[in-house]
Design a protein around this ligand. Structure first.
Ligand SMILES: Nc1ncnc2c1ncn2[C@@H]1O[C@H](COP(=O)(O)OP(=O)(O)OP(=O)(O)O)[C@@H](O)[C@H]1O
Ligand SMILES: [Mg+2]
Length: 424
């Protein structure tokens, strides 16, 4: 997949569709050139329920990014997440083929690594599911454990541990269909939390073990890293939209007003409230405006957020992790901006919490303040990860070509020798 220096990322969320167009400059820096963002109404909990509405939002968001960048989008790296995603850990074992050398020492080649990852993929996946990602966690060569990259090591038996992420076939197909019908190709689907992790987590956090929580509109998605690689994927079918809807129902106000209240005056940690703080809410159907104490809004929001963190805590406890998550918890997604959410997460999960916004890194340009916001974590991470994968594909293609060239040269040499021996 040659990207011609242009990388397009698309994050179709339950509340918002975001597109980013990046271009690689002469210094090799991937620069954000255009961004588009449109409200999304065609998804429920990460699953497409209205193709027409989704494709319109996709087309409009990409068009906005095209206008801003002056570049044209053709294909994109698209995020996938939500309730239909599952993660599992698996192992594979192979004998080292030792193709690389004729001696008795068996040197592990790329073919052996590919085979052992393939072997770990041999798990029973329901027919309505497909494999989205297979992420190698570590390798074992004979009795030596915890190897990150076994290439060129000597050994007889090669073992791999991988994290497999699956999604429903229809969930993936419907997302791709929306993008195709909007006039764009999809290079690859990438797990949204994996992308968000790429833009907000440091390598040190991943190595120490970290919990990434994407507080979205329709769902809350969690990804646990242990020893530098993904270990567990988990989704809770509740997010910021439920909080808004709770306020709307309990206070009998429109969803639009409830959303405004949540964003401007919402809070889920008591100590952050001052005494006697109130919010004025416009009345519905010509009724007089209401004055609501902020403490009352807190009593609506906090239980829902507590419920979300309680489910995450139960999931983490059920994992029996090999060690403590030294990197703490990183909250990202639009909902991470809710006042008091870091304090609540720290208290409930017993882990230090921080806000996860896209971080400035040397390989990324154009990350102005507006995009250093947790709502942009996934789409910017998709651009970074998409760029990495397309470069990997290019270098893989070059390696394959070189391999084939080498094989052809060897064959011609053999033929030449044979002709010489037979006829000269
Ligand atoms: N300042 C804020 N305070 C509280 N909540 C906020 C704030 N800004 C955005 N949100 C909430 O964040 C949610 C949207 O987050 P985000 O854009 O990450 O979701 P999404 O990607 O569209 O959804 P999903 O990932 O679930 O498919 C909404 O519920 C919105 O109300
Ligand atoms: Mg999202």
């Amino acid at each position: 997949m040659v990207n011609n220096g242009i990388v397009v990322a698309l994050d179709i969320g339950s509340t918002c569709v975001r597109a980013v167009i990046c271009e690689r400059d002469d210094d090799g820096i991937l620069k954000i050139m255009g961004v588009g963002s449109r409200p999304s109404s065609g998804l429920r909990k990460g699953v497409v329920v209205n193709i027409e509405a989704t494709l319109r939002a996709v087309a409009a968001a990409i068009e906005d990014a095209e206008m801003m960048s002056g570049l044209e989008a053709h294909d994109c790296w698209m995020g996938i997440g939500g309730n239909h995603i599952n993660g599992l850990n698996s192992r594979g074992v192979v004998g080292v083929s030792g193709k690389k050398r004729d001696s008795r020492e068996r040197e592990i080649g790329q073919d052996d690594i590919d085979r052992v990852i393939e072997a770990a993929k041999a798990v029973v996946i329901p027919t309505d599911k497909q494999i989205l990602e297979v992420i190698p966690q570590n390798f074992k060569v004979d009795d030596q454990k915890g190897i990150r990259n076994p290439l060129d090591m000597i050994g007889v038996r090669l073992e791999s541990e991988v994290h497999i992420i699956t999604c429903t076939v229809t969930g993936a197909q419907n997302l791709i269909k929306c993008v195709n019908r909007a006039g764009f190709r999809v290079n690859e689907l990438i797990l949204q939390t994996l992308a968000a992790g790429r833009s907000v987590l440091t390598q040190e956090e991943m190595d120490l073990g970290v919990l990434l929580v994407d507080l979205g509109g329709g769902t809350t998605d969690a990804l646990v890293y242990v020893d530098g690689t993904p270990y567990s994927t988990y989704t809770i079918p509740a997010g910021g939209s439920q909080v808004t809807s709770d306020i709307s129902i309990i206070k009998s106000i429109s969803l639009e007003n409830a959303e405004k209240i949540k964003i401007n005056a919402g809070c889920c940690w008591d100590d952050l409230l001052e005494d006697d703080e109130v919010v004025i809410v416009p009345g519905v159907g010509g009724r007089a405006p209401m004055t609501i104490p902020r403490s009352l809004i807190l009593t609506i929001i906090k239980p829902r957020m507590e419920e979300i963190f309680k489910m995450i805590k139960q999931h983490i406890e059920s994992l029996n992790l090999p060690r403590f998550l030294g990197g703490g918890v990183v909250l990202t997604g639009g909902g991470a901006q809710l006042s008091g959410v870091l304090e609540l997460a720290t208290d409930m999960l017993r882990l230090p919490a921080r806000l996860g916004s896209p971080m400035p890194v040397p390989e990324l340009g154009g990350l102005v303040d507006e995009y250093r916001n947790p709502s942009y974590a996934t789409v910017i991470g998709l651009a970074l990860e998409g760029d990495r994968r397309s470069n990997q594909d290019i270098s893989q293609n070059t390696t394959d070509l070189r391999k084939r060239e080498k094989q052809n040269t060897a064959l011609i040499d053999k033929l030449r020798t044979w002709l010489k021996e037979e006829f000269l």
